[in-house]
Design a protein around this ligand. Structure first.
Ligand SMILES: Nc1ncnc2c1ncn2[C@@H]1O[C@H](COP(=O)(O)OP(=O)(O)OP(=O)(O)O)[C@@H](O)[C@H]1O
Ligand code: SF4
Ligand SMILES: [Mg+2]
Length: 366
């Protein structure tokens, strides 16, 4: 596979406070020296707590905002150097699906108008064929053609998200950034929308960047996972490797925070207590040191770089190779690994039960 998207050393700081002359005094370091690539046809998940910079990174990738520093290339082209015409073409190739489909769909437009709009804007197909294309798009996302003349408020949350996905697909993109696309949906509907995304990926050869704070969802959909903390990637690996052997203490803490229905199986999160630092004033050295139970003096002064931890698996921690394996922490902390595994296995089982074919036939079964 060749890289579709490459991000190199990208930085985005937002002014937070200004002095009396309007000059920025302090900055939020939303994205701070981030590098990664995404291969064609894969799903890369971006995970991390609220405010760690996931959406900022998404907006940078779509070139909705420009970075302060760094390079972004798509199919080998420098995205930051595109002229107006090439930028228009790029905007066709890269689309976004947001968390809240109600906010992202114009309430005064019918679904037909919503789906026809990008076709008209980009001059796709003959005008006479566009209505047919609208119906094709609805069918692609498992909605019947008769829904075309309804307004967004006439749909359920899951149906609205299907319309948002259809709108993204209208321009035949290569990459779709999905920013928390199922977080606002009922748990029972999440798996249907995830299955739809996976099915569309297989059928259309799509590449996804999937932003989420929900590791159970990520395990279900991602080929690779990048874990972010305070504007930086602290671990990146293929999904199997990351869930089996997380090296970074922050990733382990995120995994330990996956909710477990059985109260008897609950255990303390793998974090020291104290205030959660912010991207406005991140800690020196390793940005995780104020919360890390394994921190040593070096962690307070020296920022760790992303280094190979295993084959295709990178983590940014001075102590990653000397820490006890997750299983050892598990037995100390009342069965972390097996419990999480059971939870994730149960989730996968539930989602596999709802086959996409069933959803397609039901059309709008939720
Ligand atoms: N336009 C902006 N101006 C100033 N600060 C901003 C702006 N956009 C984002 N930020 C700040 O940048 C940081 C990262 O925000 P971002 O929205 O990227 O986080 P996130 O990981 O998507 O969080 P969430 O999970 O809550 O959506 C936050 O501290 C946020 O307050
Ligand atoms: S570098 Fe130090 S503080 Fe940071 S995650 Fe590793 S052990 Fe913890
Ligand atoms: Mg966000």
């Amino acid at each position: 596979m060749s890289a579709l998207l490459e991000i190199k050393d990208v930085v985005k700081h937002f002014p937070a406070q200004r002095d009396m002359f309007g000059r920025a005094k302090t900055f939020v370091r939303a994205v701070d020296h981030v590098s990664f690539s995404v291969d064609r046809g894969e799903t890369l998940a971006l995970v991390g707590e609220s405010g760690c910079g996931k959406s900022t990174l998404s907006r940078l990738i779509l070139r909705l905002i420009d970075p302060d520093f760094g390079q972004i290339s798509f199919e080998g082209r420098d995205v930051l150097a595109l002229d107006a015409r090439s930028l228009r073409a790029f905007r066709r190739e890269v689309q976004i699906v947001f968390q809240d489909p109600y906010a992202s769909l114009n309430p005064r437009m019918t679904v037909r108008q919503i789906l026809a709009e990008p076709l008209n804007l980009h001059g796709l197909g003959k005008p006479g064929d566009r209505q047919k294309r609208v119906e094709e798009l609805l069918s692609l996302v498992g909605l019947p053609a008769r829904f075309a003349d309804r307004f967004p408020h006439e749909f359920s949350g899951g149906q609205r998200q299907r319309v948002a996905i259809a709108r993204a697909l209208a321009v035949e993109p290569k990459l779709i950034v999905c920013d928390e696309p199922v977080s606002a949906l009922d748990v029972s509907i999440r798996s249907q929308v995830l299955n739809l995304l996976r099915d569309l990926q297989d059928r259309l050869g799509l590449t996804y960047i999937f932003v989420s704070h929900d590791l159970a969802v990520v395990k279900h959909i991602a080929d690779r996972v990048a874990v972010m903390n305070l504007g930086q990637i602290v671990e990146i690996a293929d999904s199997q490797s990351l869930f089996k052997m997380p090296f970074h203490p922050y990733t382990r803490a995120l995994l330990s925070a996956v909710p477990i229905p059985d109260p008897a199986a609950r255990r303390p999160p793998l974090l020291t207590s104290g205030e959660i630092p912010s991207a406005l004033n991140p800690p020196s050295g390793c940005r995780f040191h104020t919360r890390c139970p394994f921190a040593i003096d070096k962690c307070r002064t020296d920022p760790p770089a992303l280094m190979p931890a295993a084959d295709g698996h990178f983590a940014a921690c001075h102590r990653m190779l000397e820490l006890p394996p997750p299983e050892a922490i598990a037995s100390r902390d009342s069965g972390f690994s097996p419990v999480v595994e059971r939870l994730l296995a149960a989730f996968s089982q539930r989602t596999e039960d709802r086959s996409i074919q069933g959803v397609d036939k039901a059309g709008a079964g939720f």
